[in-house]
Design a protein around this ligand. Structure first.
Ligand code: GLU
Length: 423
């Protein structure tokens, strides 16, 4: 099994080799900060004990990795999944640092998680677990310290419980100085959330897709897309892509995939999934492996890490990959894809729309002044387009792949902030 943190370190070392000549006057300082960036600033972990509905007690392992805050407070989601681990949150927190630097928002990176399959908990148990997580972390997060958000299997409702628990925990000790709503993003609209946040990751990806389509001189109607993963990100990406005229011919969830020649309607697929529990028999059933190997123009992994690895990378027939999930491609697979001339738009660029609208939500909470949907999207689009243009220009200039082209700019921004601080 691939260790995602080792993957994150391999990517960092690869970009450090490219960047090092730019820092020849300060090579010792450069090497020091790169070494520091290989590990998060701190990793917090604990066992959370909650009472189950039947009166028994159960423990769940929980983590928060705070990777780097040179450019601003730590920022990143909280994941509830049975495969959460220390190395996973470390990797995901590292990727958040680069992601925030890619669109230039003033945050560092963090990530949290609980080892749990939330589908096995009742709503009341899920609430108790979410609250227990925040009671444990309350003094280690805050608008100017570390700002959590949703990630895999966490929702606006979970953020609402968390913000409430945070306010109660610190309120008791008179420790609240800022609007407590600004400690979490991805909240429901009724509780300080931002217009556009729910769809932001998917929509941001489609803004990038439109730029890519133009750069490749293609027409949206001729571009076929397969999306692996049909959670919040996969659904909204597919929906906005179809609204823009692209053909989404396949989608999948953890149970398998479905294929519809000529393109499917993501809204109908979602209704089917809600009724039947899976997308599989919406159209022609496919396995997840078959979906990854479809003959499409664009493959969009929008689920978990390490789905494109050394054993299947050579079988990918798509001409481009947009990583809407975090860390779907291993470094070995990156090499194979580059050799096969498969264009890769990395996670830290493709899915950065989510955290970018999280930033807008935080700004609105701190100002107590709320924007319209049009204003939010109007601010998101130019940031995504600029990030794509910077990546494309670096790619052409240095003749590197999409991941390295994105990392060159992102890592440089973080390194420069650290050097200015004398870190
Ligand atoms: N969990 C999302 C991500 O991986 C969003 C993070 C955030 O909004 O802070 O980008």
């Amino acid at each position: 099994m691939n260790n995602p943190h080792q993957n994150a370190i391999a990517q960092l070392n690869q970009v450090a080799l490219l960047l090092r000549p730019n820092y020849s006057a300060r090579s010792k300082d450069f090497d020091r900060v790169i070494k520091r960036l290989a590990e998060p600033d701190r990793v917090l972990k604990t066992q959370l004990k909650i009472t189950m509905d039947d009166g028994s007690a159960k423990k769940f392992m929980a983590f928060r990795a705070q990777h780097n805050n040179a450019r601003g407070p730590y920022k990143g989601g909280i994941r509830f999944h049975q495969s959460v681990s220390e190395v996973e949150v470390k990797a995901l927190s590292t990727w958040m640092t680069w992601k925030c630097a890619v669109t230039g928002i003033p945050y560092g990176g963090s990530k949290g998680g609980i080892v749990v399959n939330p589908r096995e908990l009742s709503v009341a148990e899920l609430e108790r677990l979410s609250r227990a997580y925040v009671r444990w972390l309350a003094t280690k997060i805050g608008p100017w310290i570390d700002v959590p958000a949703p990630d895999v299997n966490t929702t606006g409702q979970i953020m609402a419980w968390m913000v409430d628990e945070y306010q109660q925990t610190l309120g008791k000790q008179d420790l609240i100085q800022e609007n407590p709503l600004a400690t979490f993003t991805g909240k429901p609209l009724e509780l300080g959330g931002s217009q556009g946040r729910e769809e932001a990751t998917g929509l941001g990806g489609v803004f990038v897709l439109k730029k890519l389509t133009k750069a490749l001189k293609l027409k949206p109607e001729t571009v076929t897309i397969a999306v692996q993963g049909f959670g919040n990100v996969g659904f909204w990406f597919a929906k906005h892509a179809v609204d823009q005229g692209y053909q989404v011919v396949a989608v999948s969830d953890s149970k398998g995939g479905t294929y519809v020649k000529g393109g499917l309607d993501p809204v109908k697929v979602l209704a089917h999934k809600k009724k039947q529990g899976s997308v599989v028999d919406f159209g022609k059933p496919l396995t997840n492996e078959e979906l990854l190997e479809l003959e499409v123009d664009l493959l969009v992994p929008a689920a978990l890490e390490n789905v494109i690895h050394k054993d299947n990378a050579a079988k990918i027939k798509a001409r481009a990959i947009m990583e809407m999930g975090n860390g779907p491609t291993t470094p070995e697979a990156d090499e194979i894809l580059a050799k096969n001339k498969v264009l890769l738009i990395p996670d830290v660029l493709a899915n950065s729309g989510g955290v970018t609208v999280s930033y807008f939500e935080w700004v609105q909470n701190l100002q107590g002044y709320y924007w319209t949907h049009k204003e939010v999207i109007g601010k998101l689009q130019p940031l995504m387009e600029k990030a794509f243009d910077e990546m494309w220009a670096t790619k052409e200039k240095h003749q590197v792949d999409g991941r390295m082209a994105t990392y060159i700019t992102a890592v440089q921004r973080v390194v420069d902030a650290m050097l200015l601080r004398g870190n």
